[in-house]
Design a protein around this ligand. Structure first.
Ligand code: URP
Ligand code: ZN
Ligand code: ZN
Length: 459
């Protein structure tokens, strides 16, 4: 039975500002944002004292993904429950091409893993790791199926890395198709030389991951990709930027009128490179690419978000357990699977450690966690916004409550979280997907198969 109800008396973060307002929901959509008269014959849910934001949109995840000799520990079922609990109602996952696989086959394989298993709405980007003759026609097929973004890697040599010619060709084609090209910008050649030298010197522990990927390896790749995009007359979107130099390069390109966009992730905003200096193998928890950086870089990322140079904060959710997965690299850091869990805590961390200390305004928080990711990837205004006609994907935040991040109690399927014991001001109280309550105070209460595949528009 379609439900008609109102969330009343909350502080609503809408596109035109932050207002005290009631949100009326009918049949999974937002019917109005304004005032529901007390006499109105409609079910009312009290939201006084609460903040109401759109459901989070996480546009960078890796569910059930074979990578670096293992498979990410969360599948679409477990990760989507974790997302729901944490206030994310839509994700866009990277479908990874296997060597020799045609793009429509990749898509079919990924859909086979996600369909009927996701508790929240989802879509895919297509990660091209192995270009082949005739791929251009297949790119068009994929875009016609609503997968309107591709990813390429400038690192992970021998696994996923493309050369500059391949990058240039895909830039040209994706632009011609009106698709978005997501670029992982690190200089894979230089990283491999540095890593080889470190191993030769006996530096085989996780700290060497940081040492093999100095900031310049990101900045050089960002600048090179911008020049190649310029040459191809193509837009591009940088994923998981981590350095001040990358923010400066993107800002420069934007000032010159180039269509260049940038994303960063929760961990680059909040975690310090000092974490790699822990004894033993503990630091493997933070082996992500690019690596964590120092305070100077974090400050530049926050500034980049405030000034609109960076538009999106994603989780890059790519979980591998310490036991049996990260441990693959116990003897050689190059074998530690790169990635960490993050989808569950992205929204609350950004609120608790972004908005509350004054690093982001409430409105800017909603833009970078919900609205801009939806806009960038062809989901707006159905997703990412509280306005009439949008899907009633809503999060009720209690600013007076708080939570503590613990691997023991989290929903993500991983044996650790990089944010263990972090105290987070504010708490996700309730989460609605198309008007259905799917999470309440840290507990998933939705349907495991409620998620729909979202056909995305071209950006
Ligand atoms: O360390 C990371 N980022 N792992 C996931 C794969 C990628 O590069 O996005
Ligand atoms: Zn990447
Ligand atoms: Zn990633």
């Amino acid at each position: 039975m379609p439900r008609r109800f109102g969330l009343v008396g909350g502080t609503v973060v809408a596109e035109d500002g932050v207002h005290r307002a009631d949100v009326l929901i009918d049949s999974g959509r937002i019917e109005s944002v304004g005032r529901i008269p007390p006499s109105a014959d409609v079910e009312k849910v009290d939201a006084r004292g609460k903040i109401i934001i759109p459901g989070g949109v996480d546009v960078h995840t890796h569910m059930d993904t074979p990578f670096m000799g293992t498979v990410t520990s969360d599948d679409h079922a477990s990760a989507s429950r974790a997302a729901a609990v944490g206030g994310t109602t839509t994700y866009v996952d990277y479908a990874f091409q296997r060597a020799g696989e045609r793009l429509p086959e990749v898509l079919a394989r990924w859909a086979g893993r996600a369909n009927g298993r996701s508790a929240i709405d989802f879509s895919f980007h297509l990660a091209v790791t192995s270009p082949y003759p005739g791929m251009v026609a297949d790119m068009a097929l994929v875009v016609a199926d609503g997968v309107t973004s591709f990813k390429v890697f400038m690192a992970y040599k021998g696994l996923a890395m493309l050369d500059d010619g391949e990058l240039f060709s895909i830039l040209t084609e994706s632009s011609r198709l009106g698709a978005t090209l997501c670029v992982h910008a690190e200089n894979g050649h230089v990283i491999d030389v540095l890593a080889e030298r470190l191993v030769r010197d006996g530096r085989t522990g996780p700290l060497a991951h940081l040492l093999s990927r100095p900031p310049e390896t990101e900045v050089e790749a960002v600048r090179r990709a911008i020049m190649l995009a310029d040459l191809a007359d193509a837009p591009l979107y940088f994923v998981h930027l981590s350095t001040a130099g990358a923010v400066a390069a993107v800002a420069e390109a934007q000032r010159a009128g180039r269509p260049v966009a940038g994303e960063t992730c929760t961990h680059y905003l909040l975690l310090d490179a000092d974490l790699y200096h822990q004894p033993g193998f503990e630091a493997a928890k933070y082996v992500v690419s690019p690596p964590l950086r120092t305070a100077e870089h974090r400050e530049a990322l926050w500034r980049g978000l405030r000034e609109g140079i960076l538009g999106v904060v994603s989780s890059d959710h790519c979980p591998f357990c310490m036991a049996g997965q990260k441990s693959l690299g116990a003897e050689d850091f190059r074998r530690i699977p790169n990635g960490a869990p993050g989808i569950e805590h992205r929204v609350s961390l950004l609120y608790g450690h972004g908005v509350r200390p004054g690093r982001l305004s409430l409105s800017r928080f909603v833009e970078v966690a919900c609205t801009e990711p939806a806009r960038r990837f062809g989901l707006y205004p159905t997703k990412g916004v509280i306005r009439r006609g949008a899907d009633a994907d809503l999060v009720v935040l209690d600013p007076e409550a708080a939570s503590v991040v613990l691997a023991r109690t989290m929903t993500q399927n991983c044996d650790y979280t990089p944010f263990e014991r972090w105290h987070v001001p504010g708490r996700v109280e309730a989460v609605y997907l198309r008007g259905e309550l799917i999470a309440r105070r840290g507990r998933f209460v939705g349907r495991q198969d409620a998620g729909r595949f979202l056909v995305r528009r071209r950006a």
